[in-house]
Write a protein that binds this ligand. Sequence first.
Ligand code: ARG
Ligand code: GLU
Length: 729
Amino acid sequence: MNTFFRSTFKSLFIALLLSLPVSTLLAGEGMWIPLLLSALNESEMKAMGMKMSADDIYNVNKGSLKDAIVHFSGFCTGEVISNQGLLLTNHHCGYGTIQSHSTLENNYLKDGFWAKSKAEEIPSPGLYAKFIVRIEDVTDKVFDGVRDKMTTTEIDSIQKVNIRSLQSEIETTAYQDTEIRSFFEGNQYFLFVTETYTDIRYVGSPPESIGKFGSDTDNWVWPRHTGDFALFRIYAGPDNKPAPYAEENIPYTPKHFLPVSLDGIEEGDFTLVFGFPGTTQQYLPSFAVQQIVDIIDPARIAVRDISLDIMKRYMVADEAIKLAYSSKYATISNYWKKWIGEIQGLKKANAVRMKEKQEEEFTALISKNKKLKAKYENLLPELKVLYRDLDIVAKNRTILGEVLGGRNTEVFRLASYADRLYRAYSQHGAEGQPYLETKDATKERLEGFFKDYSAEVDAELFSAMMVHLVNHLDSEYLPDGIPKARDEHTLHQWASALFEQSSLSDKDSFLQAIEKGGDAYAEWIQSDSLYQLYLSLRGVYNDKLAVYNRALYEKIDPLQTAYVTALMEAYPDRRFWPDANGTLRVSYGLVEPFSPKDGLMYKTQTYLDGVMEKYIPGDYEFDVHPKLIELYENGDFGPYGEDGKMPVCFIASNHSTGGNSGSPAIDASGNLIGLNFDRVWEGTMSDLYYDRSICRNIMVDARYILFVIDKFGGAGNLIEEMKLVHPKS
Ligand code: ARG
Ligand code: GLU
């Protein structure tokens, strides 16, 4: 960021707060900072049906909604739903933990688990729940001493010093941490005081056939019928403060917890999603979005098309491979599917053209204002040239990054483990502590790795990836070791032979080499040609592609920052929201249907009837548990059903992204009505361009969660500690 752009920012921002048009119902777009709701959003939220005040959502002096929300282990969101620290999040957020507690005899993934008393709750090291104690705008302090015309490097170093001294000055107690984060591409800075609890215990989850119903086929898809939830509990020391795990720790008493509504939703209802969205890029110019649509997304998809195809073929044919690869497959396919939806959505919404129009309008507007024109006239044209310069590198870097990343052919992951150990040895010697530690860590890694690995599958993946590189990388990025012949047969032969002679994919050889250690290990790894190929490919990636990429982004970043500033100056009456950056945000929208394509309308609610419609006995994605069938057939829904039907999922126009998984959906008065876990496929482009006509988030209905816990799981003990309410009657 540049002071040049920054000088007017503060006053502008204040002008913005005062000049908000109350009547424009923007509903949907935006992930807002809780601290600024009263200034920016409250009136609109009320006009949309909210009955709370901004103060009920975020307040540092009394319990407010924010005190029930946690960052769950850094990758998801969770919320407290009882006065005993009961924590709700998604099944897919707890998946790794549930898997780690599962054995063949006690398979909690397959059969589910419900702790019938606190003594049965399972300690889960590695998990944490981070609360936000307070948020402060520290922009002025971070910019203290920054002057016009300083270089980006000068500004960076001043800001680093300011941030460090701010962090040391800020008053916190022993168990609190502080974080200072940049917003609006470095135009604004906020400080977060946090408290992190690390004694988290696993309380319960439904079987996968409910928690992951529909699996990859239904992932990102509406209509949806997944009960994607799991329960944990936060434990605290005797003073209710964070404490390391100890058996005698006590359930955490929250400042606030969310009551659960039994009244459900109907079309037009106000909904709010509160959580920790990861990344969005709303302020990319049209040509950067074009690059994603034309180059980056297709390059990623093409690599994954190949690996998913190969894995699927083996998984279908072999039960053991299916088990070993299903989680890896799900990870690769999750974003593969998202990117396909993203391209389609961007095209359908005409996003590039819409952005071009906005840019034309912006250019016309600033050309009428001498000051703005002088400052910003060259901004977009310069950015455009830089993005064009990036095109080729972006393509090659994306392809090589996907292939080297260790997902689409795993032998490169093995090569990276081997390399780390080799470097520890060559730097620290056979007796060096770092080498000895890396040695132990590598052995442990390999044990885990080879548990779910088939060299046969990987050999085919490797071969296919090599053919792909030769056919799609520009020749200057192909290292010498790779034959340049495009004839597939020759390439396959070469790749298979290379894989065959390498001992990286052979667990015993690898472990033996590590055991021998020292020079013998060095010799073993150095003589492996596949390892050498890995090094040359990585060399191309780091020395050619990453260096060039970084050099371009050093120019793009400040301009991108300036573009956000320029937009704010050009449109002083418009309300802006900062891109998601993993900090606490509020999104709000309405329960509303949408049309994914001509002639088709998607309703807002699904029911258990839909689970039965999708039921395929014995299928790994669509099997239904006999007990659920029985409850369905008897219409035994307890107080959770609605007119003889059992609601399962619903959609609304809340703007959400990765990291919002596990976020609560909250009604007009602050009660839990659902649990966010996905978006509709047609609208996954909302990370780049939000369009309310096709963007919806997907939530599990809170009533389905209660029904599954109570009627299916028989865990009435958990229902009892919640506060069930009827806000509508
Ligand atoms: N699409 C959801 C989210 O990004 C759910 C992912 C987990 N489920 C799955 N089938 N892979 O992350
Ligand atoms: N499933 C996503 C997550 O894990 C949330 C869905 C989305 O990207 O909106 O955070």
